[in-house]
Design a protein around this ligand. Structure first.
Ligand code: NAP
Length: 275
């Protein structure tokens, strides 16, 4: 826990978007165990209700279920209002996100728009809603869940990797504004993590070696340890850190070719008839 977070008085509230599964559920569970009161945001209210009851029973954590589709402007606005009106808010985890896979020329344009609305617009607006209160209180933070995909443009996931590059750039820029305020921001860049992400994206996982995978809990541990240290960009796990170092050293044209070939193999495998 960061010094700012540790010195807070009484109630500390964390709002987590995309709390109904994967990394968001793992964040919620860990934060409840750490004594945060939680506001859980996602579309699947019934899942959030089950989680909230579990946290209440296990940790005595206070919770609030806030169902919202963050791609819908009026529902996003309701979450912004909730954030702005919460006096004990200390942490926002902008985690909700999804990826689309395939040649852009064939992808549903509305799906691409939703991806941009969720991965970028919602994240910016919720951060904007949280900052005045956090700055006034002089403590707390915002964790923006990005991706290893932010580190290199990816053919066949061009929109997704671009949204995550935005998240890194936005978060790093913001960090420069927040120096000396007591408010911390972090861009968290997970690699392959066992969640519902791949299924939602329609991406096969057969080609991905087992050492490349992390559990959502490992990603959350790395993020919160990074928040304590004040790390701006967190890449969880040695394998991801090695890939990030190699990517940074490679010419972009080569990265693009390597990623393009790997993605074409994935897409071809998806199209093979089931045995
Ligand atoms: P996940 O299991 O599919 O979780 C995504 C979460 O986002 C769900 O709780 C989902 O809840 C929520 N969500 C989706 N659309 C939403 C909408 N329109 N409004 C509100 N909430 C919405 O995937 P995950 O891996 O945990 O993803 C979390 C974050 O990690 C994402 O930003 C993703 O880009 C990033 N990430 C994941 C991986 C990976 O390999 N898993 C790698 C790099 C980065 P509902 O369906 O209930 O709304």
């Amino acid at each position: 826990m960061s010094p700012e977070l540790a010195t807070s008085t009484k109630e500390r509230t964390a709002l987590v978007t995309g709390a109904s599964s994967g990394i968001g559920a793992a964040f919620s569970k860990r934060l409840a165990a750490d004594g945060y009161r939680l506001i859980l945001v996602a579309r699947r209210a019934e899942r959030l209700e089950v989680m909230a009851k579990e946290f209440g029973a296990e940790h005595g954590a206070g919770f609030e279920v806030f169902p919202a589709d963050l791609t819908r402007p009026e529902e996003l606005l309701a979450v912004e209002d909730r954030i702005a009106s919460e006096p004990s808010l200390e942490l926002v985890v902008n985690n909700a996100g999804f990826g689309t896979l395939g040649p852009l020329a064939e992808l549903d344009p509305d799906g691409e728009e939703s991806e941009i609305r969720l991965n970028i617009l919602a994240l910016v607006r919720l951060t904007r809603a949280a900052l005045p209160g956090l700055i006034e209180r002089g403590r707390g933070g915002v964790i923006n869940v990005s991706s290893m995909g932010a580190l290199a443009p990816s053919p066949y996931m061009a929109t997704y990797s671009a949204t995550k590059a935005f998240v890194n750039s936005f978060t790093e820029g913001l960090a420069g504004e927040l120096e000396g305020t007591g408010v911390t921001v972090q861009a968290l860049c997970p690699g392959f993590t066992r969640t519902e992400f791949q299924e939602v994206a329609g991406a096969g996982t057969d080609d991905i070696p087992s050492f490349a995978w992390q559990e959502a809990e490992e990603v959350v541990d790395a993020s919160l340890a990074g928040l304590e240290r004040g790390d701006l960009v967190v890449i969880p796990g040695r394998a991801n850190q090695a890939v990030a170092a190699v990517t940074a050293a490679m010419p972009r044209s080569l990265t693009r070719r390597v990623l393009g070939a790997a993605m074409r193999r994935t897409l071809a495998r998806e199209e093979e008839p089931a045995p």
